[in-house]
Design a binder for this molecule. Structure first.
Ligand SMILES: *Cc1c(COP(=O)(O)O)cnc(C)c1O
Length: 361
C-alpha cells in the first residue's frame, strides 16, 4: 500500500482527446487543450488568471522573478525542498522563520523580527493545504512594502473566507504533479489577480517573447504540453469525487485515531479544507521511525513529510527553527489516495496501535 497513488481517468477519455491532438498536429506552445484547461481551471477555482506551467517548481521560480524578489526572502523551513531551492536558484537568500506547532505553517508572530533592510518578500507554504495566517502576513507585508508569494502546491480545492486560497498574496503557485490531489502528470500554475503582473508571467513562461522575433525581458521555458493538458481536462471531471473521497477517508482516520495521543494538524477557521494529506505527529523521532518500520513490515508505506527541515540543507544559512526541526523528525503522512478502502485504513491504524503499545512496553 503506497502513501499516495495518482488518480487516472478512464483511458478512453484520455485517448479521445489525443485523437484530436493527432488531427491538429499541435503538440505544445500554448495549444488549444492548454488554453481549454486554463479556462476550465479559472472557472472551477474562480480565480482571475491562471497560467499553466511545466511544474510547480518552475511556477515558484517564475513567481520570484516576476516579483523581482532579491536579497533576503522570508520563508518557512517546513515545506518541500523546492520552496527553498527556488529562492536560492533565483539568487536570493532564504531567511527561515519557525512554524506554529499546531498549524504547521510559518508563525507570523516571528516574521517581523526577521525583516531587515535587505528583505524583499515572504514566500510561505500553505502546508498540506492548510491556509497560513493570511491576514496577519498581509498586514506585515503592507507595513514593510514586501511582496507575498504562497507556495500553494497542496491547495487544490482549498477555500479561505469563501474564495480559492490561490487568490491570496501577490502570486500563488500550484503543483499539478502526479502525486498531488489534482494532476496533469507533470505541471503547475502561477496564479495572480493583477493583470499587468499576469502579462509579465505569460511572457516569462514563454522565453520572454512579446511577439515573433520580439523579446521583452528575460524569460524561461515554462510551457506545458497538450498531452499534459489533456490529462488535466480528464481529471478535472472527477475532482469533486476525489475531494469527497479524501474528506471521508480523513474522517475515518480521525475516528480510528481518536483514542490515541498523537497530534494532527490544526486547520485554520473559515477554511474549506481539501484533505490533501493525513499527517500524524508522534511523541518523538524514535516512535515515528518504529511505527514507519512496523508499517513497512505489513507492506504499508508512510512518508516522512516534510523531512528534513529545510534549514538543514547544505546550501543555506541555518537559522534557529527548533519547532520545524523537531516536528519534521516525528511526523509521518499516512496513505491517502482515492481508492484507499476503509478496511485498509483500519489495518493501518491497528498496525500503528500495535507498534505504539510495543514502544510503551
Ligand atoms: C510538490 C511540491 C512542490 C514542487 O512541485 P513540482 O510540480 O513537483 O515541481 C513545491 N512545493 C511544495 C510544497 C510541494 O509539495
Amino acid at each position: 500500500m503506497p502513501v499516495t497513488k495518482p488518480f487516472l481517468p478512464p483511458r478512453e477519455e484520455y485517448v479521445a482527446l489525443l485523437d484530436d491532438v493527432w488531427e491538429r498536429n499541435w503538440l505544445t506552445n500554448n495549444g488549444p487543450l492548454v488554453q481549454q484547461l486554463e479556462n476550465e481551471l479559472e472557472d472551477y477555482l474562480d480565480v482571475p488568471y491562471l497560467n499553466l506551467v511545466s511544474n510547480g517548481t518552475i511556477a515558484l521560480q517564475i513567481a520570484i522573478k516576476a516579483l523581482e524578489l532579491e536579497g533576503e526572502v522570508i520563508t518557512t523551513p517546513f515545506s518541500y525542498v523546492a520552496t527553498t531551492s527556488s529562492i536560492v536558484w533565483e539568487g536570493g537568500e532564504p531567511v527561515f522563520v519557525d512554524i506554529d506547532p499546531d498549524t504547521l505553517n510559518i508563525n507570523p508572530a516571528l516574521i517581523e523580527e526577521a525583516i531587515t533592510n535587505k528583505t524583499s518578500g515572504i514566500l510561505a507554504t500553505h502546508v498540506f493545504g492548510n491556509p497560513c495566517d493570511i491576514d496577519t502576513i498581509q498586514q506585515i507585508a503592507d507595513r514593510h512594502s514586501l511582496k507575498v508569494i504562497y507556495d500553494a502546491a497542496h491547495c487544490f480545492g482549498t477555500k479561505y473566507k469563501g474564495e480559492s486560497v490561490y487568490n491570496y498574496g501577490d502570486i500563488s503557485t500550484a503543483s499539478f504533479h502526479a502525486t498531488k490531489l489534482f494532476h496533469t502528470v507533470e505541471g503547475g500554475a502561477v496564479i495572480t489577480k493583477d493583470p499587468a503582473l499576469n502579462q509579465k508571467i505569460q511572457q516569462m513562461r514563454n522565453f520572454g517573447h512579446a511577439g515573433p522575433g520580439h523579446f521583452d525581458g528575460i524569460g524561461i521555458n515554462g510551457k506545458n504540453s497538450e498531452f499534459h493538458a489533456a490529462m488535466g481536462i480528464c481529471n478535472l471531471k472527477y475532482i469533486d469525487n476525489v475531494l469527497e473521497r479524501r474528506k471521508k477517508q480523513s474522517y475515518v482516520y480521525e475516528s480510528l485515531l481518536n483514542d490515541l495521543t498523537v497530534k494532527t494538524q490544526q486547520v485554520k477557521p473559515e477554511t474549506v479544507y481539501n484533505y490533501a494529506y493525513y499527517p500524524v505527529i508522534f511523541k518523538n523521532e524514535q516512535t515515528a521511525l518504529s511505527v514507519k518500520k512496523r508499517l513497512e513490515e505489513e507492506d504499508i508505506y508512510s512518508r516522512r513529510y516534510f523531512y528534513p527541515s529545510l534549514c538543514e540543507l547544505d546550501y543555506v544559512r541555518s537559522n534557529e527553527t527548533d519547532i520545524s526541526v523537531d516536528i519534521s523528525k516525528r511526523i509521518l503522512c499516512l496513505p491517502l489516495f482515492h481508492d484507499l478502502k476503509e478496511t485498509d485504513q483500519t489495518k493501518i491504524i491497528t498496525t500503528i496501535k500495535e507498534s505504539l503499545t510495543k514502544v510503551l512496553l
